[in-house]
Write a protein that binds this ligand. Structure first.
Ligand SMILES: [Zn+2]
Length: 417
């Protein structure tokens, strides 16, 4: 599905976004094809593509093999060098950071193992990582801002910042305002599953999907429902924290105060407990090594049970929400997720059974371990590349010329997406 433009004069920024969105989705597209897809006049499309070229967001390339009679046919595509974004993924015990360009390529990546309990230590480390990434020449070009992805729930609740799958010990996110002041860059943040889901929408396997469910398999387990390419928030902004859905009556006790929560069976934390290893770098290396050998009874037993929980979770999500697909991403090793999905077959009967092929009911992120960084990096540019109309009424980002042209205004604090 492609969004339609509108002829109202006040909607000029919206039409620019519509055209930019079509170009991003199609990868490469001629002006005539844009006109057909967005229902705008050829003149309006010509004006918009000229503007987008002038500000450097798109580039025109001659279509190869086209016959050169009259005007040479050209196609437009996003300009990968139109600017970069910094993505920071905060997980318990680990900070991952990347410099990402406008077409979702990670140009530079860094990772540090760190005790994340102390906000001051985390802030210092993030600032140092950003300094390193900004040394890369590409970062000297337009920098759209910093996106930070963190485990939820972020809006204060009984279960925020509680337990080893969260940023335990934190009480608020004022540190992100400090990050903005120290780097003098716009800072946007979001729950990791929301960020990664938006990353899949812009650059991943969900690029052509408007509605899907995203499951974030990392140290903990999170989820995000994407509706019309926006994350569904719920009443207080904490929707779809599937990690704490009761899955096993009388099951393992959970840090949230309940027992049998899904995350206690389906998360890296749960696997690490089963294998008796806790620290992040050793944990992931050990998991991959043991998966490859596939001879550890503890690992095999955990995988069997986790796959059962995954099969049930897929059924609940599908019957509840009827999503086009369930995308699984997160920092878990891809080999592990592939193993669990294979063991979870055949899937339960559900409203998606007989409608979607088994291979479509679950899709794995192609970025898997990088999906958090990519998702975080998407936060500063999501509004730019997404034609969601409500975005135009919000006060947020700052990049002067382009922001003005695209209908955006400056923000004074770290912004939540
Ligand atoms: Zn729980």
């Amino acid at each position: 599905m492609v969004s339609r433009g509108t002829t109202q004069q006040s909607s000029a920024p919206f039409n620019r976004r519509i055209v930019l969105d079509v170009i991003r989705r199609q990868g490469r597209i001629s002006r005539r094809e844009i006109v057909e897809l967005v229902s705008l006049s050829p003149q309006t499309v010509a004006n918009i593509t000229n503007e987008l070229q002038t500000i450097g967001l798109i580039v025109a390339r001659r279509i190869r093999g086209a016959k050169a009679r009259g005007q040479p046919p050209i196609a437009f595509e996003l300009n990968p060098n139109a600017g970069n974004s910094l993505g920071i993924s905060l997980e318990p015990g680990r900070i991952s950071a990347g410099l990402v360009n406008l077409v979702g390529e990670i140009l530079e990546r860094r990772e540090v193992a760190i005790d994340t309990h102390d906000q001051r230590v985390v802030l210092a480390s993030v600032v140092a990582l950003i300094r390193e990434l900004r040394r890369r020449p590409a970062a000297a070009e337009r920098l759209w801002g910093i996106g930070v992805a963190l485990p939820g729930p972020l809006v204060k609740t009984d279960i925020s910042f509680v337990g080893p799958t969260t940023l335990e010990g934190w009480t608020d996110l004022a540190v992100l305002d400090e990050l903005r002041d120290l780097t003098r860059l716009q800072v946007f943040y979001s729950v990791d599953s929301v960020a990664a889901a938006l990353g899949e929408t812009l650059f991943g396997v969900a690029r052509s999907l408007d509605n899907f469910f995203y499951m974030h398999f990392g140290v903990g387990l999170g989820g995000t429902l994407v509706v019309n390419r926006s994350a569904y928030r719920g009443a207080s902004g904490n929707a779809t924290e599937i990690g704490h859905i009761p899955a096993v009556p009388g099951g393992k006790s959970c840090y949230c105060g309940n027992s049998g929560c899904l995350e206690r069976y389906l998360s890296l934390q749960s696997l690490a407990e089963a294998l008796g290893v806790s620290e992040a770098p050793q944990r992931d290396a050990l998991i991959v090594a043991q998966l490859e050998r596939n001879d550890d009874p503890a690992l095999k037993g955990w995988c069997r049970e986790a796959a059962e929980r995954l099969r049930d979770a897929v059924c609940v999500i599908e019957n509840m929400l009827d999503p086009a697909t369930i995308v699984i991403g997160g920092s878990a090793p891809k080999l592990l997720v592939e193993r669990l999905v294979a063991l979870a077959q055949p899937l339960h009967h559900s409203v998606r059974g007989g409608v979607a092929a088994p291979t479509v009911r679950i899709l794995l992120s192609e970025r898997q371990e990088d999906s958090s960084i990519l998702g975080a990096a998407v936060l500063p540019i999501y509004d730019l590349l997404s034609p969601r109309f409500e975005v135009l009424q919000q006060e947020r980002r700052a990049d002067a010329d382009v922001a003005g042209l695209m209908g955006q205004r400056a923000a004074s604090r770290a912004g939540r997406l």
